[in-house]
Design a protein around this ligand. Structure first.
Ligand SMILES: CC(C)(COP(=O)(O)OP(=O)(O)OC[C@H]1O[C@@H](n2cnc3c(N)ncnc32)[C@H](O)[C@@H]1OP(=O)(O)O)[C@@H](O)C(=O)NCCC(=O)NCCS
Length: 228
């Protein structure tokens, strides 16, 4: 299902004149090497969420929430902006729980991110394949960080992410983990300001549509390889 939605989104990009993004996405799956950092936060260590430049309130996404920030028909969007919006929408449709948002009094959310408990391991595997280690009972995964363009650069990610992570206590997690591409400087900064520290290096290699994922704990030898 996730694969079909991805194909649908690539077709959407192609027929809306964004063929270059499609060819880059396909080339990526034919041959690529990417590195992400796994970062984690220990909820037993007190951490004060930093304040954003505007007051925000964090809560789970509700059925009536305005998600027009993911509308790909807005004029003037770049290929990357459309690509990110489609990816957020796919994750919403995946059924992976639980999407949280930050709101600041406007109708539109100013941040969204999934806080995923170990009970969602099978859904995570079905949607993301081998991209994440299976969560232990005391772990939670934060995925799908997204600040709509109009709200970026106001410290919303770090403030909201720190507050969403705290909610993992409600289902008994101690460790909250997240993964960020090593070239995504904005996201790495946001994570570190939200109290997350690097603990593992993930290597993702595509060869002819086959993905190999390796996790190497920082300062230790390789633990295991996920292949699909
Ligand atoms: C990554 C992302 C969530 C950061 O959100 P944010 O709320 O703007 O984060 P912050 O305000 O804490 O800013 C973090 C960094 O973003 C960069 N930034 C600042 N203004 C920005 C803007 N207008 N547009 C883009 N990036 C900006 C800066 O490097 C900033 O660091 P600085 O404060 O030291 O200058 C957001 O850029 C985004 O949604 N990107 C697309 C999706 C994505 O990459 N998600 C992360 C996947 S792991």
């Amino acid at each position: 299902m996730g694969f079909l939605r991805r194909v649908r989104d690539l077709l959407h990009l192609a027929i809306t004149g964004r063929a270059r993004k499609v060819s880059r996405a396909v080339a990526y799956r034919i041959y690529s090497n990417a590195v992400s950092l796994g970062l984690r936060r220990d909820l037993t260590v007190p951490f004060a969420a930093p304040a954003a430049k505007r007051p925000i309130h964090v809560r789970p996404l509700l059925p009536g929430d305005d998600l027009s920030c993911l509308d790909v028909r807005h004029p003037g969007l770049s290929d990357d902006q459309v690509y990110h919006r489609l990816a957020q929408a796919r994750l919403l449709q995946s059924g992976v729980r639980t999407c949280h948002i930050a709101v600041d009094g406007e109708a539109e959310p100013c941040y969204m991110q999934w806080l995923i408990p170990a009970s969602e391991n099978d859904r995570v595997r079905a949607f993301f394949g081998n991209l994440y280690p299976r969560l232990g009972p005391d772990e939670a995964l934060l995925e799908g960080a997204y600040t709509p363009e109009a709200y970026r650069g106001q410290g919303i990610m770090s403030s909201a992410m720190a507050q969403i992570a705290e909610r993992a206590r409600e289902f008994g997690a101690r460790w909250v983990v997240t993964f960020v591409d090593e070239v995504n400087v904005a996201s790495l900064k946001g994570c570190e300001r939200a109290g997350f520290a690097p603990y593992v290096r993930r290597t993702e290699r595509y060869r002819l549509f086959r993905r190999m994922v390796t996790f190497v704990p920082l300062r230790e030898a390789a633990t295991h390889v996920n292949a699909e």
